[in-house]
Design a protein around this ligand. Structure first.
Ligand SMILES: [Zn+2]
Length: 178
């Protein structure tokens, strides 16, 4: 969850499971959006239950909604902005891990779902993955962001854009390819 401290308006990101625990964390907030980086069950499975408990509009890329048969209140495209309190969460289209994978950016905080994780990219052994597109998205949309951008992957430790420019396997692959 990301929240505006002044207004207490918040966004829930990638509710895969545990709607009760998520609802408890949202008790003192007004949830405006329940947003999913992509349609895989472990990132979107509890979005409707979370909405039923805490409110907010569910949001997902149209491509993943169609591919994984998930409905949402709002279908997101590149450049959309989800407003909450004094902030807006910017939608960045980063397809590859799934047809409609998205990353979300609030100020210098970036939520990457399964598109990028510390030192690596998300799991590449799933049926829908288009690895070249995912690598292209990481290189063209994420790593050019300011190097102090803090990255919160869907799994594993946080990192920064600067750190990933130096250590990510995608960059290393390119370096080796010359
Ligand atoms: Zn996934």
């Amino acid at each position: 969850m990301v929240a505006c401290a002044r207004t207490k308006e918040a966004v829930v990101i990638d509710p895969g499971a545990d709607p009760t625990r998520i609802a408890e964390q949202c008790l003192e907030y007004s949830v405006k959006h329940v947003a999913c980086t992509h349609g895989h069950r472990n990132h979107a499975g509890a979005k409707d239950e979370v909405k039923a408990r805490v409110g907010g509009a569910t949001a997902l890329s149209f491509l993943d909604a169609k591919h994984y048969l998930r409905s949402a209140d709002r279908y997101l495209v590149d450049g959309d902005r989800l407003e909450f309190g004094d902030f807006a969460m910017e939608v960045i289209f980063t397809p590859g891990h799934s047809p409609g994978s998205l990353c979300f950016k609030v100020g210098n905080h970036l939520f990457t779902g399964d598109t990028l994780r510390a030192g690596d990219i998300g799991p590449t052994d799933l049926p829908d993955i288009d690895l070249p597109r995912q690598v292209t998205a990481v290189l063209s949309k994420l790593l050019p962001l300011p190097e102090n951008t803090v990255i919160y992957p869907g799994h594993g430790p946080t990192t920064t854009v600067g750190q990933e420019r130096r250590q990510n396997v995608v960059v290393e692959m390119l370096r080796r390819a010359g």
